[in-house]
Design a protein around this ligand. Structure first.
Ligand code: ATP
Ligand code: MG
Length: 190
């Protein structure tokens, strides 16, 4: 099995690019953001716990997302691998992922990182707020907190995967097609 980490700041276009990636490489798309929003919509206890954190632009506890991911690894059949979108988001989550995979003598195949500047993050999320109606996209101060959280807690993963020689950075600026081609060029070799 292949395990790809799809990395990038909020609004980088991870969700947008994920569809083409799962199709080309027969992967299961696991977006922790989408899984959490489904829990909120279903009104589960987990969703209730996550809602206020997400709407303030904070991360949910590591144990919550780690549990969701491990359950999906166990229950998903018939794919050649997984595309992890929005996970890991902290060093602790990355270490938890490594230990989950090492139980079956597996490891992360590569971290595909879609990079855009902070100025473009704001612009893209403001645009998406009008289309998708996500509560965490609507308020500029929440978006700013997500960007801060990204720099403080998530960005250190770049070094984590670089040191493991698994970091592949993609220029996330330009059209959706341009970015997709760059991703395929990198992933075809992995
Ligand atoms: P993108 O626009 O690239 O899809 P995003 O940051 O806008 O990324 P999601 O990945 O959908 O949005 O995540 C939404 C929220 O869900 C996060 O701000 C965070 O509160 C929570 N969340 C998602 N994944 C994790 C995670 N791995 N650990 C902790 N919290 C998470
Ligand atoms: Mg997303």
């Amino acid at each position: 099995m292949k395990y790809f980490v799809l990395f990038g700041p909020p609004g980088a276009g991870k969700g947008t690019q994920a569809g083409a990636m799962v199709e080309r490489y027969n992967l299961c798309h696991l977006s922790t953001g989408e899984l959490l929003r489904a829990e909120i919509a279903a009104g589960t206890p987990l969703g209730l716990q996550a809602k206020s954190l997400i709407e303030a632009g904070n991360l949910v506890p590591d144990s919550v997302v780690e549990g969701m991911i491990e359950a999906k690894f166990r229950d998903t059949k018939g794919v050649d691998g997984f595309l992890l979108d929005g996970f890991p988001r902290t060093i602790a989550q990355a270490q938890a992922l490594d230990s989950m995979l090492s139980k079956s003598s597996e490891s992360v195949t590569g971290c595909v990182s879609i990079m855009i500047p902070d100025s473009l993050i704001q612009e893209r999320i403001a645009h998406r707020a009008n289309i998708e109606g996500r509560a965490d996209d609507a308020r500029p101060e929440v978006v700013e907190n997500r960007i801060r959280t990204y720099h403080a807690k998530t960005e250190p993963l770049i070094d984590f995967y670089r040191k493991a020689d698994k970091y592949y950075e993609i220029d996330g600026t330009g059209t959706i097609e341009e970015v997709r081609k760059r991703i395929f060029t990198a992933m075809d070799k992995l």
